[in-house]
Design a protein around this ligand. Structure first.
Ligand code: NAD
Ligand code: ZN
Ligand code: ZN
Length: 342
């Protein structure tokens, strides 16, 4: 077989086209991966819609939670070998020499390359990866369950570290979707006490299953006063929600000195009360995915049995229906595309 099926964004805001494309050839430093599965991240939907100031250039293949087997390697590849299970990631390349790369902040590299955005990703039967940035999947991992760790997992793992919440302290996870339901699990594994906020009761039930102690439905209750009452104010907040409203609300959920970390990336902005931020000594931080080292650590939590993404398998042919469900908040946990399905 010299062609593969892939889902292609041909123009922003339109359904993806599932079509036959040539299987790419690995160049120097690259590996060709035959995919088993890929998670579907809300970022893929933002990419399809061209939501962000820096846009990808159609046609492109989204997807950055792909897991598969190395089928072929290009010249000079030493990091991965044929037959090995690897994945792709949002951070699919970085320059390695700039100030950010040199200081352990390759996620801030201005010359980084993003998987399923600047280069074709995992919504196809095959993908190319830069061997230096390929994710090495730990021995014994379930290729379907581990996919969501590659973006959702590493992102919230890093984001939670950025909240500086200590064991025994309260963290709010706002937004219990693909990212948020995994964030609850990392937070619990790190010894944090978890408040879950979402606008749907089924999402909150999922958070409770994964160990959240306090549940707040923001479509029914103003979340901040309730959180202040129940916890005395959280020590940190991680916002993974896809509505800007959640970002403004987050600022009011902490006790004094709290750290509010933003992972979610909806288009738009939110009101930021200067007086409260100054007087309460609040910190508001953005956090974008994680470094390759964060990935190793995030996967280690998975391997040790602390992280169990909730997922549903779907065939590639249903990718547009999956996006539609995601847009309407109908997905529980993550959808993973299953390439063994027809
Ligand atoms: P998702 O669609 O699976 O989940 C979003 C959740 O937000 C849903 O549970 C939804 O009910 C909830 N929500 C909507 N409005 C809300 C509100 N007002 N308050 C609280 N919750 C609300 O999406 P996902 O895949 O988890 O991604 C979430 C966001 O994070 C996206 O914007 C995505 O692009 C972004 N993201 C960022 C990074 C990063 O590195 N910073 C990495 C991956 C994804
Ligand atoms: Zn993602
Ligand atoms: Zn760099």
């Amino acid at each position: 077989m010299s062609t593969m099926k892939a889902a292609v964004v041909e123009s922003f805001g339109k359904d993806l086209t599932v079509k036959d494309l040539p299987i790419p050839e690995p160049g120097p430093g690259q590996a060709l991966v035959k995919l088993i599965s890929t998670g579907v991240c809300h970022t893929d939907l933002h990419a399809r819609d061209g939501d962000w100031p820096v846009q990808p250039s159609p046609p492109f293949i989204p997807g950055h939670e792909g897991v598969g087997i190395v089928e072929k390697v290009g010249d000079g590849v030493t990091e991965v070998s044929v037959g090995q299970m690897v994945g792709n990631a949002w951070l699919s390349g970085a320059c390695g020499t700039c100030e950010y790369c040199r200081t352990g902040w390759e996620t801030l590299c201005e010359n980084q390359i993003n998987g399923g955005y600047a280069v074709d990703g995992s919504f196809g039967q095959y993908m190319l990866v830069d061997a230096k940035f390929a994710v090495i999947i730990p021995e014994g991992a379930d290729p379907y369950a581990v996919g969501p760790v590659l973006c959702a997992g590493v992102t919230v793992y890093k984001g939670l570290k950025q909240t500086e919440v200590r064991p025994g302290q309260w963290v709010v996870i706002s937004g219990i979707g693909g990212l948020g339901h995994i964030a609850v699990q990392y937070a619990v594994a790190m010894g944090m006490r978890v408040v879950a906020v979402d606008v749907a009761d089924d999402k909150l039930a999922l958070a409770q299953e994964h160990g959240a102690e306090v549940l707040v439905n923001a479509s029914v209750t103003e979340p901040a006063p309730e959180i202040l009452e129940k916890t005395g104010g959280a020590h940190g907040v991680l916002v993974t929600a896809v509505h800007p409203k959640a970002f403004g609300q987050a600022i009011h959920m902490t006790r004094r000195g709290g750290i509010i970390v933003f992972n979610g990336l909806p288009a738009g902005d939110f009101p930021a009360p200067i007086f409260d931020i100054v007087l309460k000594g609040l910190t508001i931080r953005g956090s974008i995915v994680g470094t390759r080292q964060d990935m190793v650590e995030a996967l280690d939590f998975y391997s040790r049995g602390f992280i169990h993404p909730t997922y549903t398998k779907r065939p590639l042919s249903e990718v547009n229906a999956v996006f539609d469900e995601m847009q309407h908040g109908k997905i529980s946990g993550r959808v993973v595309l299953d390439y063994s399905a027809s």
